[in-house]
Ligand binder design. Structure first.
Ligand code: NI
Length: 226
């Protein structure tokens, strides 16, 4: 499932992020690529230990913790501290699959990447190219979102970033280990939760909502790994 979350960050916050990122020291993105991905990757990233990356990343995690659509779609167990990348001057990232298992922080805690997230920090009009193209069972989907919007997609999918031929594309990116590892099961739970929310908003009778809510929690109990 591919999920778009609109306005995760408001315009004022995006502006503050961009000002901090403009002042930051960027490094070659090859430093964090595996040998296979390194052959197709050309971009810049903030170092993992950058104070700016840490501060902005924590802000993103705080916002997502109170974001009902994110919680419903991702059912997060653990989240990789957000990182930041910059593509310009033809920068691109060819087709690749993200690493399945990652080590987080100095204590090198293990994280399984179930979902990948890209949070756009530039408006599409400010650069040409830079589409995130994701292979799905319905064919390739191209994603280029407004500043502050975010896409969630299965980490198992083949994806790439097309060359940025004008301007610069700045994004935050990170991975999520979900309580529900299987994308199909997680999608069913998301659809059920969204239906319950819609029925609640439409003032559906509580006696009709109760069994559906029960089914949601009992499926989650069955599928969640905690
Ligand atoms: Ni990737």
């Amino acid at each position: 499932m591919l999920t778009i979350l609109e306005k995760v960050l408001d315009p004022t916050t995006v502006r503050r992020f961009r000002e901090a990122l403009d002042r930051a020291d960027w490094e070659d993105g090859l430093r964090s690529a595996g040998s296979l991905a390194g052959r197709v990757k050309q971009n810049r990233q903030l170092p993992e230990d950058s104070a700016t990356a840490r501060e902005l990343g924590q802000h993103i995690l705080r916002v997502l913790g109170g974001h009902p659509l994110f919680m419903s779609a991702a059912l997060p167990d653990r989240i990789y501290p957000p990182r930041f990348n910059l593509y310009s001057g033809g920068g691109h990232y060819g087709a690749h699959v993200d690493n399945a298992v990652m080590l987080v922080g100095p204590e090198r805690r293990v994280l399984r990447s179930d979902l990948s997230a890209t949070l756009f920090l530039c408006n599409p009009a400010d650069y040409d190219g830079g589409e995130l193209t994701i292979e799905t069972s319905f064919g390739a989907q191209s994603v280029k979102l407004a500043a502050g919007d975010m896409v969630l997609y299965p980490s198992s999918s083949l994806h790439r970033v097309t060359p940025v031929t004008r301007g610069a594309r700045v994004c935050a990116f990170f991975w999520i280990q979900s309580m529900v590892r299987d994308d199909g099961e997680r999608t069913l739970l998301f659809d059920l939760d969204q239906s319950i929310q819609a029925l609640t908003a439409a003032n559906a009778a509580p006696e009709a909502l109760l069994p559906l809510t029960g089914i949601y929690h009992n499926l989650l109990r069955r599928w969640a790994n905690v």
